[in-house]
Design a binder for this molecule. Structure first.
Ligand code: KIV
Ligand code: ZN
Length: 458
């Protein structure tokens, strides 16, 4: 008999903490598109933004709340009424809204940033959570800079907000200072000392300043945290947040060490990573674990020989298990609509039939001119076809009309008759392609099963 495996909630904050990284800001339409991909990826919670921060952020959170219905949609606010009211205004139409309140608790933040005493901090946290709870059943509280907070005081604050109705306690390593053993011990202390803790979910929110965000998040899970906050490609403030794909694949590849499940469809990871990189223009570091273009590349002769004989020699997960396309098939002028559609999906774009027909016509014209259509060509072509215009045919998954109206989104449309632009030669190839020849998986996405993988431990 196999033991029951615990479920870890994946809280994606790409659209909030991730967007705070330099060069990663996104407009409303881009955020909505990424939120739809996060939904396909199967994350449990999408932190859609910080509604009081700007009108743009507010509108984005509102549009996502109205459009993306499966996951919980969270909005961040400081521990004060105006922030909470604004967040609730944006979130109230969500199928599953969550208000996320934060307040710093470390002495250094209380003294220099907030200029309040510890007692005032406890009071403010309690009041804010109680007010959020009067609006929304699902309330998360984060003691900012928790890892540099006196643990005894931290537990006092946490106990106050649990009493006030918080349902998730998120423990942020705001400055990326902690190390795995210390962070695990902190989670254990919280579990032992905070009254009422058994009724709430403990969450880990780790920054990567010392390169330990993923290790710290996993240590927290080992110590009893059941939510991890993370971002696609690990983007976020300064050195970034814990990377979603690294946490998820560590859990999948090493179930012997981490017997926990997530709801993430790992085959959608590559598409999410590519979409984010395409939207922000920030390339994925080539040696980035899981999603970097070298993550499955083998250069050394001995490695190549081994992998050809049996991929298990040097690969601990299949490229396919994270949605990296099969690189044996090449997109050229003989390729059909099915292959083209599949490739677009792998890059994070889903088209309806008419839109795909249009892309296909442009693709064939291009393939006539150049031998192999590579990812960056295809992305250029999609981007060109996808330029907002007033004509009618939606290009990406259509969003519902009321939501589109609320979001005030330009409807993406095909532009029949527009001459195909030859893609500029200087488009950086680093952002898109994984293998060199242009990859297309022959079989349907849904036919990708875990059984076909040679993941250790799966
Ligand atoms: O890093 C941090 O402390 C945060 C909180 C707002 C959760 O992002
Ligand atoms: Zn953060």
């Amino acid at each position: 008999m196999t033991a029951e495996r615990a479920r870890v909630t994946v809280f994606d904050t790409t659209l909030r903490d991730g967007e705070q990284s330099p060069g990663c800001s996104m407009n409303q339409q881009e955020k909505l598109r990424l939120a739809q991909q996060l939904d396909r990826l199967g994350v449990d919670v999408i932190e859609a933004g910080f509604p009081i921060a700007s009108d743009g952020d507010f509108e984005s959170v509102k549009a996502i709340a109205m459009t993306v219905r499966r996951p919980v949609i969270a909005g961040l606010c400081r521990a004060c009424r105006p922030d909470i009211e604004r967040a609730w205004e944006a979130l109230q139409h969500a199928a599953r809204p969550r208000i996320h309140v934060f307040l710093a608790t470390s002495d250094i933040h209380l003294q220099y940033k907030l200029r309040i005493t510890r007692d005032q901090c406890v009071h403010q946290a309690r009041e804010a959570v109680a007010y959020a709870k009067s609006l929304c059943g699902d309330v998360e509280f984060s003691p900012e800079d928790a890892t540099r907070t006196d643990p005894e005081f931290l537990c006092r604050v946490l106990e106050a907000v649990v009493e006030a109705g918080a349902t998730t306690l998120n423990i942020p390593d705001t400055v990326g200072y902690t190390v795995p053993t210390e962070f695990a011990a902190l989670i254990t202390t919280i579990r032992q000392q905070v009254k009422g803790i058994e009724n709430v979910t403990i969450s880990a929110h780790c920054h990567n300043d010392l390169g330990m965000a993923v290790a710290n998040a996993l240590a927290a899970v080992g110590a009893g945290a059941r939510q991890v906050e993370c971002t696609i490609n690990g983007i976020g403030e300064r050195a970034g947040n814990a990377s979603l794909e690294e946490i998820v694949m560590a859990l999948r590849v090493r179930p012997d060490r981490y017997p926990y499940d997530t709801g993430v469809a790992s085959e959608q990871i590559f598409a999410a990573s590519q979409m984010l990189s395409d939207i922000t223009g920030v390339p994925v570091q080539p040696n980035k674990a899981i999603t970097g273009r070298n993550a499955f590349a083998h250069e050394a002769g001995i490695h190549q020989d081994g992998v050809l004989k049996n991929p298990l020699t040097y690969e601990i997960m299949t490229p396919k298990s994270v949605g990296v396309p099969d690189s044996k098939l090449v997109l050229g002028k003989h390729s059909g609509r099915h292959a083209l559609g599949m490739r677009c999906e792998q890059l994070g774009y889903q088209f309806d039939r008419r839109a795909l027909d249009d892309i296909y016509r442009r693709f064939v014209r291009l393939a006539d001119k150049i031998k192999h259509v590579e990812d960056h060509h295809l992305l250029e072509l999609i981007r060109d076809t996808h330029k907002p215009s007033t004509s009618a045919t939606p290009l990406i998954e259509p969003i519902s009309t009321p939501a589109a109206a609320v979001a005030n989104l330009p409807v993406p449309a095909v532009e029949p008759g527009k001459p195909f632009p030859i893609p500029s030669a200087h488009v950086p190839p680093t952002t898109n392609a994984f293998g060199v020849p242009l990859p297309v998986a022959a079989e349907s996405h849904h036919e990708q099963t875990q059984q076909e993988d040679y993941l250790w431990g799966v």
